[in-house]
Ligand binder design. Structure first.
Ligand SMILES: *Cc1c(COP(=O)(O)O)cnc(C)c1O
Length: 404
């Protein structure tokens, strides 16, 4: 008789987005005349930029002719894309990363979920709280997290690093020593980030204790402040302790197109064992490459026209972020994020819980956001609004909130 992977049975249900959908549907059914504005989900709304669309079309046509048809892509990605990434995302920023340290994939969610596979199940992970759920859940599935305590909403074998307004949303070095440290900066859900100097301290810490940092840079394109690193490899010593995961979803609108990459430097070793070689082996065995047409689209992200158009797209969303942030401040809210990321994290007023504020906003302003407690216990008492909506809707949502 077969047995299942018991670790999956340990996963608590993730009710966040289904509970939100249920509440929103119940409210609209009861109030069909009310126009809801959704500032809840972390998905982009702007269409694919023209320069990228052209590249996609051209690549699609190539696939229809025998002399330009492409079958399986090289395991680690086409050279044209890996070189464009190395040149633009690394060399241009003074980071020492070469094209053959870049592994092209179908997105950052799969990479951030899969990367734990190359580490021992005995390793202990450390995560920020609140956190993007993939890091913890993928380690639960692998059997690395111990037992779940519903009362504290914590796993016995996970090290949590609370990020709250009390510490300025800067994770502190944990008391217990982790083996694997997940950092997502700029952060989803809080929209906050840390300075290059603070990131350097994390790199120094990881090198000192022998830990690996898994660095999720999905929101790098939104960085506006000079003292914030665009890559962890801007920090000295990161080549021996950091893996960086990047996505084309938030900077180029590829949430439905699918493309990402992971950097594993060749200097990252456990004794004599190279993590680069292990990830190459994993990629070659379990992944058959991102589509040719999508990799061509990814190459166009780095063209002059592509860069200019995407800069405008990011600016569009960041104008929304500014509308949300200043609007909430005018209405007397305590607000965080929204400067280097398309998320605004607000403190719920008057001791309201995250879910109480969700109901309050839904019923009184017809605005949908995301309760902070859905991202971890330290998210309780906070609430997330996203800048990924249409400008006109964002303006109207803030007018409604200000009128409350
Ligand atoms: C959106 C997001 C990603 C991107 O995932 P893709 O699979 O590339 O679409 C990765 N990490 C975080 C924290 C995100 O919010």
């Amino acid at each position: 008789m077969f047995q299942v992977n018991d670790n999956y049975q340990k996963l608590p249900g993730s009710y966040l987005f289904s509970t939100i959908a249920k509440k929103v549907n119940a409210y609209s059914d009861a109030n069909p005349d009310k126009k809801l504005i959704r500032l809840g989900i972390g998905d982009v709304t702007q269409p694919i930029a023209p320069a990228i669309l052209d590249a996609l079309h051209k690549a699609v046509d190539e696939m229809g002719r025998p002399e330009t048809f492409h079958g399986y892509a090289p395991d680690l990605g086409y050279e044209f894309l890996r070189s464009a990434i190395a040149e633009n995302d690394y060399k241009a920023r003074g980071c020492d990363i070469s094209a053959d340290e870049i592994f092209v994939s179908d997105g950052a969610k799969s990479d951030s979920g899969n990367i734990q596979e190359i580490f021992s199940v005995d390793n202990r992970i450390a995560v920020c709280d609140p956190v993007y759920p993939v890091y913890v859940d993928s380690n639960v599935m692998a059997g690395r997290t111990g037992t779940y305590d519903p009362a504290t909403e914590r796993w016995s074998n996970v090290i949590y690093m609370p990020c709250t307004k009390e510490n300025g949303f800067v994770p502190e070095f944990p008391k217990e020593t982790p083996d694997i440290i997940y950092l997502c900066l700029p952060n989803n859900p809080t929209g906050t980030t840390i300075t290059r100097a603070q990131l350097q301290e994390w790199v120094d810490y990881a090198n000192k204790v022998g830990a690996v940092i898994i660095y999720d840079g999905a929101y790098e394109a939104y960085i506006s402040e000079d003292d914030v690193a665009h890559s962890i490899y801007e920090c000295e010593g990161a080549r021996t302790c950091a893996i960086e995961i990047k996505s084309f979803s938030k900077n180029a609108g590829f949430t439905g197109v699918r493309l990402g990459y992971t950097v594993v430097p060749k200097d990252l070793k456990c004794g004599e064992v190279s993590l680069h070689a292990m990830w190459a082996r994993r990629h070659g065995t379990k992944f058959n490459g991102a589509p040719y047409i999508v990799q061509r689209a990814g190459e166009a992200v780095y063209s002059e026209a592509g860069k200019a158009q995407l800069k405008e797209q990011v600016a569009y969303y960041m104008r929304n972020a500014s509308v949300i942030k200043t609007g909430l401040q005018e209405a007397g809210y305590e607000v965080f994020g929204g400067v280097n990321a398309p998320y605004i994290w607000l403190k719920t007023p008057g001791q309201m819980t995250s879910w109480e504020f969700f109901d309050y906003l839904l019923e009184n302003a017809n605005v949908v956001g995301t309760p902070g407690s859905g991202f971890g216990p330290s998210g309780e008492g906070y609430f997330r609004l996203t800048a990924f909506g249409a400008y006109e809707n964002t303006l109207e949502a803030l007018e409604r909130i200000k009128a409350l």
